[in-house]
Design a protein around this ligand. Structure first.
Ligand SMILES: *[C@@H]1O[C@H](CO)[C@@H](O)[C@H](O)[C@H]1NC(C)=O
Ligand SMILES: *[C@@H]1O[C@H](CO)[C@@H](O)[C@H](O)[C@H]1NC(C)=O
Ligand SMILES: *[C@@H]1O[C@H](CO)[C@@H](O)[C@H](O)[C@H]1NC(C)=O
Length: 318
C-alpha cells in the first residue's frame, strides 16, 4: 500500500539508492498495462486464482481487473459501486470437503476498500470489506458488501487464516482484525503494530511489513483465534516494504517508492535486488509481489508520464 500514514518526511529517506547485490537479472516482462494514459494509476494488491489468472485491485479506482499471464491480456472484472479505492484482496480458504464441484463452496475472495481522496489522506469511517465470488459453473463474478467497518482506520493488507476467515491489517489503528468471511463479524487479535502494512501467513506465523521501522517481522499466532503466542521477531531490516510473497525460506518484497523487487533470506536477513527500476523511468511505486507456479508477479504504477499506466510485470528470479 502506498503510505497514508502521518510520516511523509520518511519518504525522503526511502529514496536513498539501494546498494544491494543483484541477482541474475532478466528484464521484467510486462504482462498487462491498464489501457489509456493514467500516470497516477496504481494497483494495490494481487491474488492469483487457482486457474492462474491474477486479480488486481486498483488503488485509484473502485475496480478489480483480471489478468491472464499466459496470454498477457487483461480486462475489467468488476466495478464496485459504493467504494472508492480498493486495497487488500485474498482468497478465502474453505475446507475442500468432498463431493462434486457444484456442492463445494464457491471460489471466494475478500477485499477491502477505503476512501482515499488524495495521497496520504484517508476519510475516517470509510473502511469496508467486500466479498467476490465466482459462480459455478458459469464463472461469472459477483460482488457484495460483507461488512462496513466504520471504526477501522485504514484497511491495508489481507490474508487468509484458517477456514473461512481472513486477517486484515489496519495501518492507522496499528492492528490486525480476524474477520469471519460468512458473517463479517470480527475480532482484533493483534494490536500495537506500528507501521503495519502488507501481511501474509505461513507456518503458523503472521509475517508483516513495518514501513516506519523499515522491517519485516513475524509473530507466532494461534490457530483459530490468531492471538499472538510469542513475541514479534524482526527478520529483515533497512528495507521499505509494502506487500510481499513468502516462498520457502525467502521473501520477495515490493519496495514501494524504490520501484523494485527485493529478495531476502528469512534465516539470515540477507537481501538481494531481484529487479530494479520496474517502470523503466527511474520513478515508480511497487506495491505487491505474489508468487505462482515458480514465477513472481509484481504490480507497479506511478511511473510518471513516461512510465504510463499501472502494470503487472512477471519476474523470474533464477
Ligand atoms: C481514490 O479513488 C478515486 C476514485 O474513486 C480517485 O479519484 C482518487 O484519485 C483515488 N486516490 C488515489 C490516492 O489514487
Ligand atoms: C463464522 O460465523 C458462523 C456463524 O456464526 C460460524 O458458524 C462459523 O464457525 C464462523 N467461522 C469462523 C471461521 O469463525
Ligand atoms: C455476527 O454477524 C451477524 C450478522 O451481521 C450478527 O447478527 C451477529 O450478531 C454477529 N455476532 C456477533 C457475535 O457479533
Amino acid at each position: 500500500m502506498r503510505l497514508f500514514h502521518t510520516h511523509p518526511h520518511q519518504r525522503v529517506s526511502f529514496l536513498a539508492p539501494l546498494l544491494l547485490p543483484t541477482l541474475v537479472i532478466s528484464t521484467p516482462t510486462t504482462i498487462f498495462t491498464l489501457p489509456g494514459t493514467l500516470p497516477n494509476s496504481w494497483f494495490e494488491n494481487l491474488a492469483v486464482r487457482p486457474n492462474g489468472k491474477i486479480l488486481a485491485t486498483r488503488g485509484d479506482a473502485p475496480e478489480i481487473w483480471q489478468i491472464d499471464p499466459v496470454t498477457s491480456t487483461g480486462a475489467l472484472l468488476v466495478s464496485v459501486s459504493g467504494a472508492y479505492n480498493l486495497t487488500g484482496i485474498t482468497q478465502v480458504n474453505f475446507s475442500p470437503g468432498g463431493g462434486p464441484p457444484h456442492t463445494r463452496p464457491l471460489e471466494t475472495y475478500i477485499f477491502s476498500s477505503s476512501h482515499i481522496p488524495a495521497p496520504l489522506v484517508v476519510t475516517p469511517g470509510s473502511a469496508k470489506v467486500w466479498k467476490l465470488t465466482f459462480s459455478f459453473p458459469s464463472g461469472s463474478p459477483a460482488v457484495s458488501l460483507l461488512a462496513a467497518m466504520p471504526s477501522a482506520g485504514f484497511l491495508n493488507g489481507a490474508t487468509a487464516w484458517g477456514e473461512n476467515a481472513v486477517l486484515l491489517s489496519d495501518t492507522e489503528a496499528e492492528a490486525v482484525y480476524l474477520l469471519n468471511a460468512t458473517t463479517g463479524n470480527y475480532t482484533t487479535p493483534l494490536t500495537g503494530l506500528p507501521g503495519i502494512n502488507g501481511i501474509r501467513t505461513a507456518g503458523g506465523y503472521l509475517y508483516r511489513a513495518n514501513h516506519l521501522a523499515l522491517t519485516l517481522s513475524r509473530i507466532p499466532i494461534a490457530a483459530g483465534t490468531a492471538a499472538p503466542t510469542g513475541p514479534e521477531e524482526v527478520l529483515v531490516r533497512g528495507q521499505l516494504i509494502d506487500d510481499f510473497a513468502v516462498r520457502g525460506g525467502k521473501v520477495y518484497l515490493a519496495s514501494m517508492y524504490e520501484n523494485s523487487v527485493v529478495e531476502a533470506v528469512l534465516a539470515t536477513g540477507i537481501k538481494r535486488l531481484v529487479q530494479g527500476d520496474l517502470t523503466g523511468t527511474g520513478v515508480g511505486l511497487c506495491t505487491v509481489v505474489v508468487e505462482d507456479r515458480g514465477a513472481l508477479f509484481a504490480a507497479v504504477g506511478q511511473g510518471g508520464a513516461a512510465g504510463g499506466s499501472a502494470r503487472i510485470v512477471r519476474i523470474d528470479p533464477e
